[in-house]
Design a protein. Structure first.
Length: 335
């Protein structure tokens, strides 16, 4: 068994985070420390309650995975061979830790091991959670340093919210409905959103409504991106024709290796790719950021939404992600 330690961390949000399914002020994640040959690989899991995960289930899963691990620790194949079904956040955390170890053993940043150009990182959007129109406008003004905003929608006040946003900024906007619309309601909303300068819309309809999504995409003036409808590479072929792109999240897909497979499959089907996240510290956000030069859009702002980030890693300058140069993930505990 490879030595493993894990602990919970509580992430306090700057603002109550609301979306179509609920609201929260605090999120918990599980941090892993995987030790091998005198080095420690770090990983983080942000379990998704909607899919029956929590920190307890993640802890059990990573302990099981650590018992199954045997050298040599090849970061991609190792995590696939020990994964616990139904626990992709745990799989993602273990994958990060293995990737971190690999980079530290070879004394190279992860992006260098993967042959990725760190100078090609895109601008990240900054998410504005659902709230009253007045509160949303205030949040937008506070986010003045970010060039692209993502507005959470899915309520009866969608129009008032976006009008409030447009009252204080002309920056590019993206909209995430989090499955909160109906087919009929989405059709009228999309025309109006296009007139308001919105670039794209994520998951307008519930994940199970694939045929309705095909109809909506046929009529939509805006690109539509799958989020809740897509988890792994195997999901993508059936989404072609229903969505213009996909949103990849490490916590849904199980890690960097599967994320790269998803990028390849999406490209093969002529689809765009966004890289997203849950509320996470800079540990998990930095891991995802190593893949950001490979995608079209980035929404890696989970660490920007919390009060006291316990880790230091990827930074944002002029809205653009700046990857660390240290070996592995390039992440360390905040001093």
């Amino acid at each position: 068994m490879i030595p493993l330690r894990h602990y919970r961390q509580e992430l306090e949000l700057r603002h109550t985070f609301r979306l179509a399914r609920g609201a929260s002020d605090v999120r918990q994640t599980l941090v892993l420390e995987l030790e091998h040959e005198g080095l420690v690989g770090l990983g983080e899991a942000a379990p998704i309650e909607r899919y029956g995960q929590d920190c307890d289930s993640v802890a059990r899963a990573v302990e099981t995975m650590a018992q199954r691990l045997t050298p040599p620790l090849a970061y991609d194949s190792s995590v696939v061979s020990v994964a616990v079904p139904g626990e992709p956040a745990a799989e993602a955390a273990m994958d990060m830790a293995l990737c971190d170890l690999a980079g530290k053993r070879l004394e190279a940043p992860l992006y260098e091991l993967m042959g990725i150009d760190p100078s090609q990182t895109p601008v990240t959007s900054f998410t504005i959670g659902m709230d009253t129109p007045e509160a949303v406008a205030k949040k937008v003004q506070e986010a003045g340093e970010y060039e692209v905003l993502k507005i959470k929608m899915g309520s009866d006040e969608d129009r008032e919210i976006l009008e409030a946003v447009r009252g204080v900024t002309d920056r590019p906007l993206r909209v995430d409905a989090n499955e909160g619309w109906t087919l009929e309601g989405a059709q009228s909303r999309l025309e109006w959103l296009a007139s308001m300068g919105v670039e794209l819309v994520e998951q307008p309809l519930p994940a199970g409504q694939l045929e309705e999504m095909r109809e909506l995409r046929r009529l939509s003036p805006l690109p539509l991106f799958a989020d809740e409808s897509v988890h792994r590479a195997a999901d993508i072929p059936r989404l072609a024709g229903a969505f213009d792109g996909i949103n990849i999240k490490l916590m849904k897909c199980g890690g960097l290796g599967e994320a790269r497979r998803m990028i390849a499959v999406a490209r093969a089907h002529g689809m765009q790719v966004m890289l997203g996240c849950m509320v996470e510290s800079s540990l998990a956000i930095t891991a995802a950021a190593h893949l950001s030069p490979l995608v079209d859009h980035v929404d890696l702002d989970g660490n920007l939404l919390i009060v006291d980030d316990p880790f230091v890693g990827v930074t944002v300058k002029g809205g653009r992600l700046v990857l660390p140069e240290e070996p592995g993930l390039g992440v360390r505990l905040r001093g």
